[in-house]
Design a protein around this ligand. Structure first.
Ligand code: ADP
Length: 197
């Protein structure tokens, strides 16, 4: 990846909006590295690392892991990159995390390029999450312990209280654009790409 231009994209949107799927595809098309903090944390839980043991109850309850932990995780991930070509999925989730990220990116000389916001109505979100859990169970796969209706609703509230302020944060900096997240996967993807300069 040496020599390629820095590129930083942040996917914003509520739990169940489809950030992970869309970010994965964009990462492949644009040769970016997807950094999904939910996946990283779940991997620690699965491997039973010290961090995993510490955060498991937080994930199970649908609460947020402390900002310092997240910022340290991201700092490590960015440290060994030649050029910073990344898509963040699930980070930042609080204003403190956004400020922490800005500091890291400034040190690296890699400012934020774009922040697509995936918008999906609340009721569709809960439906999608519960359905995701049901389908995983049907296929005999591990069901995310936080994909129950109750915890999903809690994650929605946490999003509203802690993460929604980031919409203003990135709007004020001219990075944010809104994407209608209802529709087929290809349809939504085309909207995301159309909004990227
Ligand atoms: P979703 O977007 O569907 O809620 P994620 O996989 O992004 O799922 O996150 C799952 C859980 O991991 C969150 O509910 C939270 O406990 C933890 N987590 C992930 N990213 C962060 C973050 N940036 N800050 C704090 N906690 C996080």
């Amino acid at each position: 990846m040496t020599g390629q231009k820095n590129n930083v994209v942040i996917f914003l949107g509520p739990p169940g909006a489809g950030k992970g799927t869309q970010a994965e595809r964009l990462a492949q098309d644009r040769e970016l590295v997807k950094i999904s903090t939910g996946d990283i944390l779940r991997d620690h839980v699965k491997r039973g690392t010290e961090l995993g043991q510490q955060v498991k109850p937080i994930l199970d309850a649908g609460k947020l892991v402390p900002d310092e932990i997240l910022i340290a995780l991201i700092r490590d991930r960015l440290a060994d990159m030649d050029s910073v070509r990344v898509i963040f999925d699930g980070f930042p989730r609080t204003t403190a995390q956004a400020q922490g990220l800005d500091m890291l990116l400034e040190e690296l000389g890699a400012p934020v390029n774009a922040v697509p916001l995936l918008e999906v109505p609340d009721e569709v979100l809960i439906e999608r999450i519960v359905e995701r859990g049901r389908q995983a169970a049907e296929r005999g796969e591990a069901v995310r312990s936080d994909d129950t209706e109750e915890v999903a609703r809690h994650r929605q509230n946490v999003y509203r209280e802690q993460t929604q302020p980031l919409i203003d944060y990135y709007s004020a900096r001219g990075h944010l654009y809104r994407v209608d997240g209802v529709g087929g996967m290809d349809e939504v993807y085309d909207r995301i790409v159309a909004g990227l300069k």
